[in-house]
Design a binder for this molecule. Structure first.
Ligand SMILES: Nc1ncnc2c1ncn2[C@@H]1O[C@H](COP(=O)(O)OP(=O)(O)OP(=O)(O)O)[C@@H](O)[C@H]1O
Length: 333
């Protein structure tokens, strides 16, 4: 069936992200205020491009789960709109959800059933799934997540990582255009995290759009092509990860026993935002990095500054976050 995207009235440059045919998730001014008065999501304009691995990043309590619940039609927004696969949510929940694999707040599994039997159960609960091909489908899903060897074990004997992978297998029983994963590596050990991350990369390489929430910056940097950063219910920034990190440029760091002189020379050389902390002097490097940094270093030396260390620290998403919010990234919990 051909699919058309319907442009929102008033959409256009300057009114937020475009919701074109290649946008898998698009929200406009999406807002949720809970009954107790808590404003959990505040005017969110989100645009998730098709084929992206989209990281939805924010500290605990920033509104990620609430957003996902609205996107999946589990709760009604207080105001604003959400479109998933071009359809309005929650109105189109019934047509949209079969095309979406979701892993939200941990998979619901029967511990006394084997991994395979859990999947057989999931598959038989899907009225569109052909019972004649059920076993093949389940075997393929188990294989996909690397659980074939453990398929006959009871789910309660699975590690947390295996349970997450089984949950992913359930989400993958049918071909999906979109996978929505809420904190898929939460509580996993480093090995479990690596397994889920490489699985996500693999799924994305087949063309599935993956939307995953996380409070871990380095996770987003490792697996995502795009990201949106939330804080206190609001969207701070979104875009390709490389651009977000590049937006916060690395800082020039000079280590010297002459910090006062170094700071003066750096300012003369066009280094902005110079900060002195004991024997470290940092600042924003001038634009043309390769040429200017050699000159900056030479200027320090010829001014008699004893330079012990000189370099640029790589900018990370965390730098971008701090630059945008003036806050550190709280990863508690
Ligand atoms: N059912 C609810 N009723 C009232 N307030 C809620 C409810 N669910 C969440 N909140 C509040 O809304 C805010 C956003 O919570 P939400 O769970 O969406 O954030 P989150 O970014 O997903 O955090 P976490 O990673 O801890 O789940 C929080 O202040 C939370 O306490």
């Amino acid at each position: 069936m051909a699919e058309r995207s319907t442009a929102e009235p008033g959409s256009g440059p300057g009114t937020g992200p475009e919701a074109g045919p290649d946008t898998v998730i698009a929200t406009r001014a999406l807002t949720k205020r809970y009954r107790g008065g808590q404003l959990a999501v505040d005017g969110l304009d989100l645009a998730v491009p098709a084929g992206s691995v989209f990281g939805f990043l924010g500290p605990n309590g920033s509104g990620k789960t609430t957003t996902i619940r609205m996107l999946m039609g589990l709760i009604e927004p207080t105001s604003g709109t959400a479109r998933v696969l071009g359809q309005p949510m929650p109105r189109a929940t019934r047509t949209v959800l079969p095309q979406v694999g979701a892993l939200i707040e941990g998979p619901a599994l029967y511990g006394f059933l084997s991994g395979r039997d859990n999947l057989l159960r999931y598959d038989s609960a899907d009225p569109t799934a052909d019972p004649r091909t059920r076993r093949t489908r389940v075997a393929a899903a188990l294989d996909r997540v690397g659980l074939t060897a453990a398929a006959s074990k009871k789910a309660k004997a699975y590690s947390l990582g295996m349970k997450q992978r089984l949950g992913l297998a359930a989400a993958l029983l049918q071909p999906r255009r979109l996978l929505v994963l809420d904190e898929p590596t939460n509580g996993l050990d480093p090995q479990g995290m690596r397994e889920i991350r490489s699985l996500v990369r693999e799924l994305a390489s087949d063309g599935t759009t993956v939307f995953l929430s996380s409070h871990l910056l380095d996770e987003i940097e490792q697996v995502c092509t795009h990201a949106a950063v939330m804080a206190q219910g609001r969207l701070i920034i979104q875009g390709p990860v490389a651009e977000l990190a590049a937006g916060a440029r690395g800082r020039l760091v000079v280590t010297t026993p002459d910090p006062g002189d170094a700071a003066r020379v750096l300012k003369e050389q066009g280094v902005a935002d110079v900060v002195v902390t004991e024997d470290r002097v940092t600042g924003e490097p001038p634009d043309d990095r390769d040429r200017d940094l050699a000159e900056v270093n030479a200027a320090l030396v010829s001014a008699g500054v004893r330079v012990r260390g000189f370099g640029v620290e790589r900018a990370s998403l965390e730098d971008a976050f701090v630059a945008l919010t003036g806050e550190g990234f709280d990863v508690a919990g």
